[in-house]
Design a binder for this molecule. Structure first.
Ligand code: SF4
Length: 410
């Protein structure tokens, strides 16, 4: 019998060299830094001019994982100035950052499927893996093509992978709380199959999904309907709810809403305890990352002294930003804006509507355009650069009749 072909060795190149990183830091600062945001932060997170108060959450904007991914992408261009550089999808979910990488001629490849473009990669090409990671099939393809891989996957995402891999090793099905179509969850679910590929997973997004699964755990029901409800993207191939809900381990996309993840764990535990008389067939591991948690906690803290209106700045496809919007919407008028351009018109705010999943226009709250005192809250997701937050702050003050010059000297 012939030996299986050995996997090509991944090329390792140290791109975090001090002289490279020094230039990268300077460039990243020039593109994304905001002296105004830094000053407000230093002054306790609040700035009042006249009868307008701008309040920032204590934690917002770029997280360590995003900063690292951007640094590595910029460093790739410095280290390989003349080589073709590709990126699987987007480095993070922010259009401005992705635009900057496009200007550096870093070319985005499809991330939902391995297209023919992947077959054209050569050993001289550089391929960047984004902060969310990539499914194992994509990593195998890059290795097969022999290109230079710059892997920016966040360490917190890798922690989730270790967890679901260990579930698979013990024949435990991973129940992943996340979005089936999100880059990170696609990457995680591929690891939930384990090294042998024989593991199983089910992705659930809502409490309604959870209740449906719990009902199946308790009463069985129609298997075909179960599989159709979740769809092929949300479960492993060959997933059989009659077999694969016996031993389950819960994990989550790192950017989910913590309270929801906890509720999902609680409901699954109750269902298993009712079925088995104990919860021995359940493993749980909270994999929400520290940065997501801190931003959610900081927003809850800000809402204790509720502002009149809240702007949440970030990419519309950003999961952690979406959850900040959900938290805000529960208690006050909240607008999910991509950047300050959404506030250009004097008649309406352009903002993303979570219910219709589309950008929409709404009238400004009358207080914002009146002479009454107002407190405006601002926060931003982990993928939002400070310069976009600064532009939003400038625009908010401008709407209140305070010019950028007045603000600079305040
Ligand atoms: S949001 Fe969390 S998991 Fe995602 S890059 Fe930032 S630190 Fe990493």
């Amino acid at each position: 019998m012939s030996e299986p072909a050995a996997k090509p060795k991944r090329k390792r190149v140290n791109i975090r060299r001090p002289e490279v990183m020094e230039r990268v830091q300077a460039e990243v600062e020039r593109h994304y830094r905001s002296p105004i945001v830094e000053k407000i932060r230093q002054d306790g997170g609040e700035l009042t001019i006249g009868n307008t108060t701008l309040r920032l959450a204590q934690q917002f904007g770029f997280c360590y994982g995003v900063e690292r991914a951007i640094d590595l992408a910029y460093a790739s261009r410095r280290v390989f100035p003349d080589q073709r550089i590709f990126l699987i999808g987007e480095i993070i979910h922010n259009p401005e950052v992705n635009r900057q990488l496009g200007e550096m001629n870093i070319i985005s490849l499809p991330w939902t499927e391995i297209s023919a473009q992947y077959d054209e990669l050569t050993e001289d090409d550089v391929a960047i893996v984004p902060a969310f990671g990539a499914p194992t099939s994509f990593m195998d393809k890059l290795e097969e093509r022999g290109c230079i891989i710059v892997d920016t996957t966040c360490g917190d995402v890798m922690k989730v992978w270790r967890r679901v891999r260990s579930y698979a090793k013990d024949s435990i099905t991973s129940i992943i709380h996340g979005k089936a179509g999100h880059e990170e969850t696609r990457a995680t679910s591929s690891r939930a199959m384990g090294d042998s590929g024989a593991g199983h997973y089910l992705i659930i997004l809502t409490l309604a999904d959870t209740d449906y699964v719990c009902d199946y755990i308790l009463h069985g029901r129609d298997k075909a309907e179960f599989l159709a409800r979740f769809g092929n993207d949300a479960h492993s191939e060959g997933f059989d709810p009659d077999l694969h809900l016996k031993q389950v381990g819960v994990a989550n996309q790192t950017t989910m809403l913590k309270s929801e993840t906890e509720e999902i764990q609680r409901r699954i535990r109750t269902a298993l305890e009712t079925r088995d008389g104990n919860d021995a067939s359940l493993q749980v591991f909270d994999t929400i990352c520290g940065a997501t948690q801190e931003r959610q906690d900081a927003l809850f803290e800000m809402l204790n002294k509720k502002p009149d209106i809240l702007f949440v700045v970030g990419g519309y496809n950003s999961s952690n930003t979406t959850h900040l919007v959900e938290i805000g919407q529960e208690v006050l008028p909240t607008f999910f804006i991509r950047d300050a351009q959404c506030l250009t018109s004097l008649e309406t705010i352009a903002h993303y509507d979570l219910a219709s999943k589309a950008e929409t226009q709404s009238s400004y709250p009358s207080k914002l355009l009146s002479d009454e005192p107002i407190v405006i809250g601002v926060t931003a997701g982990a993928s939002c650069p400070a310069n976009l937050i600064e532009a939003t702050i400038l625009r908010c003050f401008e709407l209140r009749g305070v010019s950028p010059e007045q603000l600079q000297t305040a």
